[in-house]
Write a protein that binds this ligand. Sequence first.
Ligand code: SF4
Ligand code: F3S
Length: 107
Amino acid sequence: MTYVVTENCIKCKYTDCVEVCPVDCFHEGPNFLAIDPDECIDCALCEPECPAGAIFAEDDVPQTQQHFIALNAELCAGWPVITQRKPAPPDAAEWDGKSDKLKLLER
Ligand code: SF4
Ligand code: F3S
Protein backbone atom coordinates (compact mmCIF):
# COMPACT_ATOMS: atom_id res chain seq x y z
CA MET A 1 0.00 0.00 0.00
CA THR A 2 1.00 3.65 -0.23
CA TYR A 3 -0.13 7.02 1.01
CA VAL A 4 -1.67 9.45 -1.44
CA VAL A 5 -1.79 13.25 -1.67
CA THR A 6 -5.25 14.41 -2.72
CA GLU A 7 -6.98 17.48 -4.08
CA ASN A 8 -6.84 19.78 -1.09
CA CYS A 9 -3.05 20.03 -1.38
CA ILE A 10 -3.44 21.93 -4.66
CA LYS A 11 -2.54 25.60 -4.08
CA CYS A 12 -2.10 24.95 -0.33
CA LYS A 13 1.19 23.04 -0.46
CA TYR A 14 2.07 23.52 3.20
CA THR A 15 5.01 21.03 2.94
CA ASP A 16 4.84 20.02 6.63
CA CYS A 17 4.53 16.47 5.32
CA VAL A 18 8.00 16.26 3.79
CA GLU A 19 9.92 16.72 7.04
CA VAL A 20 8.63 13.52 8.62
CA CYS A 21 8.95 11.12 5.70
CA PRO A 22 11.75 8.67 6.55
CA VAL A 23 12.29 7.62 2.93
CA ASP A 24 12.03 10.99 1.14
CA CYS A 25 9.22 10.01 -1.18
CA PHE A 26 7.57 13.41 -1.65
CA HIS A 27 8.07 15.05 -5.03
CA GLU A 28 7.42 18.73 -5.64
CA GLY A 29 5.46 20.33 -8.44
CA PRO A 30 4.56 24.01 -8.86
CA ASN A 31 1.46 23.90 -6.62
CA PHE A 32 1.10 20.28 -5.40
CA LEU A 33 3.18 17.48 -3.93
CA ALA A 34 2.99 13.83 -4.94
CA ILE A 35 4.06 10.68 -3.10
CA ASP A 36 6.08 8.06 -4.97
CA PRO A 37 4.12 4.84 -4.42
CA ASP A 38 7.20 2.74 -5.12
CA GLU A 39 9.14 4.42 -2.28
CA CYS A 40 6.42 4.89 0.37
CA ILE A 41 6.81 2.39 3.22
CA ASP A 42 3.33 3.03 4.58
CA CYS A 43 4.58 4.45 7.89
CA ALA A 44 1.62 6.85 8.25
CA LEU A 45 3.76 9.64 9.74
CA CYS A 46 2.83 12.19 7.10
CA GLU A 47 -0.95 11.93 7.33
CA PRO A 48 -1.43 13.87 10.60
CA GLU A 49 1.18 16.47 9.61
CA CYS A 50 -0.85 17.92 6.75
CA PRO A 51 -2.77 21.00 7.95
CA ALA A 52 -5.06 20.63 4.93
CA GLY A 53 -5.95 16.99 5.61
CA ALA A 54 -4.90 16.13 2.08
CA ILE A 55 -3.03 12.87 2.76
CA PHE A 56 -4.81 9.51 2.95
CA ALA A 57 -3.83 5.87 3.06
CA GLU A 58 -4.57 4.38 -0.34
CA ASP A 59 -7.41 2.32 1.09
CA ASP A 60 -9.00 5.40 2.68
CA VAL A 61 -8.89 7.75 -0.31
CA PRO A 62 -12.44 9.13 -0.70
CA GLN A 63 -14.44 7.86 -3.66
CA THR A 64 -14.38 11.28 -5.29
CA GLN A 65 -10.56 11.39 -5.10
CA GLN A 66 -9.68 7.94 -6.42
CA HIS A 67 -8.02 9.38 -9.52
CA PHE A 68 -5.34 10.89 -7.28
CA ILE A 69 -3.86 7.42 -6.69
CA ALA A 70 -2.72 7.16 -10.31
CA LEU A 71 -1.99 10.87 -10.46
CA ASN A 72 0.55 10.70 -7.60
CA ALA A 73 2.42 7.92 -9.40
CA GLU A 74 2.35 9.79 -12.69
CA LEU A 75 3.40 13.19 -11.35
CA CYS A 76 6.18 12.08 -9.01
CA ALA A 77 8.00 10.50 -11.94
CA GLY A 78 8.69 13.92 -13.44
CA TRP A 79 9.12 16.03 -10.32
CA PRO A 80 12.16 16.46 -8.00
CA VAL A 81 12.24 15.10 -4.45
CA ILE A 82 11.54 17.61 -1.67
CA THR A 83 12.79 16.93 1.87
CA GLN A 84 12.74 20.34 3.53
CA ARG A 85 9.74 22.37 4.51
CA LYS A 86 9.33 25.72 2.80
CA PRO A 87 6.87 28.59 3.24
CA ALA A 88 3.38 27.88 1.93
CA PRO A 89 1.99 30.11 -0.82
CA PRO A 90 0.77 33.40 0.70
CA ASP A 91 -2.82 32.60 -0.25
CA ALA A 92 -2.74 28.97 0.95
CA ALA A 93 -5.35 29.54 3.66
CA GLU A 94 -7.79 30.96 1.11
CA TRP A 95 -7.57 27.80 -0.98
CA ASP A 96 -7.80 25.38 1.93
CA GLY A 97 -11.08 23.49 1.61
CA LYS A 98 -12.04 24.87 -1.79
CA SER A 99 -13.58 22.27 -4.10
CA ASP A 100 -12.85 21.55 -7.74
CA LYS A 101 -9.16 22.46 -7.60
CA LEU A 102 -7.93 19.73 -9.94
CA LYS A 103 -8.24 22.04 -12.94
CA LEU A 104 -5.75 24.38 -11.21
CA LEU A 105 -3.04 21.73 -10.87
CA GLU A 106 0.16 22.90 -12.54
CA ARG A 107 2.51 20.30 -13.97
FE1 SF4 B 1 6.58 8.93 3.63
FE2 SF4 B 1 5.51 7.40 5.51
FE3 SF4 B 1 4.03 9.25 4.32
FE4 SF4 B 1 4.80 7.08 2.96
S1 SF4 B 1 3.41 7.12 4.73
S2 SF4 B 1 4.84 9.21 2.24
S3 SF4 B 1 6.81 6.71 3.84
S4 SF4 B 1 5.81 9.63 5.63
FE1 F3S C 1 0.25 19.29 0.56
FE2 F3S C 1 -0.42 18.86 3.04
FE3 F3S C 1 1.97 18.28 2.29
S1 F3S C 1 -1.04 20.61 1.81
S2 F3S C 1 2.38 19.79 0.73
S3 F3S C 1 0.14 17.33 1.54
S4 F3S C 1 1.40 19.20 4.21
